[in-house]
Write a protein that binds this ligand. Structure first.
Ligand SMILES: N[C@@H](CCC[C@H](N)C(=O)O)C(=O)O
Length: 279
């Protein structure tokens, strides 16, 4: 099977072009190929597929084989892949995902895609739709929740995938291997959750680390950066309608939480290498 390894600010996935390849059991394949010692290595597997309702379709599987609804960094990598591999010559692309159609704008220098802006759709704030268990259906903002031996204030947002955002200082000092699973498997999240640990640098700049559902700590999460920006606006740390720089371990994303509730994400995408593996 031919594959392409790509990364969006260090969030790396194995991409398979399903116009040419057939993938029979993507859940199992993701576990096998994502292994960084016995496989190719990556945060998961992403399939680029034909769509009946958009230009292309994406399916994303975490390193543990679970399928997610969306992948922000993956959308940008797919934009770069389909353009540079000649699957399209359009610079405005529609992409079907499990959480609806996303709109990509490719920014090119010559025939290279240097960055991509994605209309991620509207942020979901209703607890039952995120989903997070709550005594009311008002937005879940800065609510105290006991997580292990710590009382944390959580803000919950879905951008296709469920996210819990925690604002704190000294994010670099946190032991995510210990903390991350306590959030991911907390009883208030029936579908598990991705968790962002965020330091407010100033009203237009955030620093974030992420523990991803199904993949553990990754260097970046696109939907996580979007959820973080929405949470920062809801908590009064950042203005709505203005670009916010989110600094992740693998690089930076620019996110705008627009007045109509839509979230826009801009950032780079890179191809790392192509290969072929015997299955
Ligand atoms: N890294 C991705 C999100 C991948 C899916 C996530 N782990 C989930 O299960 O919800 C991104 O860039 O958005």
């Amino acid at each position: 099977m031919k594959f392409t390894k790509m990364q969006g600010i260090g969030n790396d996935y194995i991409y398979v072009n399903c116009f040419e390849e057939q993938v029979v059991n993507p859940e199992q394949l993701s576990v096998r190929l994502s292994d960084r010692r016995f496989g190719i290595g990556g945060d998961g597997l992403i399939l680029i597929m034909p769509s009946q309702i958009a230009d292309f379709k994406m399916r994303i599987f975490n390193a543990d084989g679970s399928e997610a609804m969306m992948c922000g960094n993956g959308t940008r990598c797919i934009g770069k892949y389909v353009y540079e591999h000649g699957l399209t010559n359009k610079t405005h692309i529609t992409l079907e995902t499990n959480s609806g159609i996303k709109y990509l704008e490719l920014h090119c220098t010559g025939d290279q895609v240097t960055s991509v802006t994605v209309d991620m759709g509207k942020a979901i704030l209703t607890p039952r739709e995120i989903p997070v268990e709550s005594d009311s259906q008002e937005p879940f903002v800065a609510k105290p929740v006991q997580v292990g031996d710590r009382l944390e204030r959580l803000t919950c947002v879905s951008v296709g995938n469920p996210h819990a955002v925690v604002f704190c200082d000294r994010v670099e000092d946190l032991d995510l291997e210990k903390l991350g699973p306590l959030f991911e498997h907390h009883a208030i999240f029936p579908d598990r959750v991705n968790t962002e640990f965020v330091r407010v640098i100033d009203d237009h700049t955030l620093q974030m680390r992420v523990w991803e559902r199904g993949s553990g700590e990754t260097l970046a999460c696109g939907t996580g950066a979007c959820a973080t920006t929405v949470a920062a606006v809801l908590n009064g740390y950042c203005p709505q309608g203005e670009p916010i720089l989110v600094k992740l371990r693998g690089g930076d994303l620019t996110i705008t939480y627009q007045a109509d509730g839509t979230v826009m994400m801009t950032g780079p995408a890179e191809e790392v290498f192509q290969g072929e593996i015997n299955l």
